[in-house]
Design a protein. Structure first.
Length: 74
């Protein structure tokens, strides 16, 4: 019986595609997650601007005095 000649594909060896880099799927997913998180931060800043004291998005940071009694309006 004649032996069959082994090919590169049988051993899992393939030529590299060095001519054009393949985009990384995980990098695209990470970029999408960062964009979604940035949009969520923007929406929360707009909502905080509407309900926060003084009409500022960071007004809640100035709500409590440094010391003394905290008045909650009751």
């Amino acid at each position: 019986m004649a032996k069959a000649k082994a090919t590169k594909q049988q051993f899992g060896m393939q030529m590299s595609r060095a001519a054009r880099p393949v985009p990384n799927v995980y990098a695209g997913l990470m970029l999408g997650a960062v964009v979604c998180l940035a949009a969520a931060v923007g929406f929360m800043a707009l909502a905080a601007k509407e309900v926060g004291p003084g009409g500022a998005w960071a007004g809640a940071l100035k709500l409590h005095p440094k010391s003394g009694r905290v008045d909650i309006g009751r």
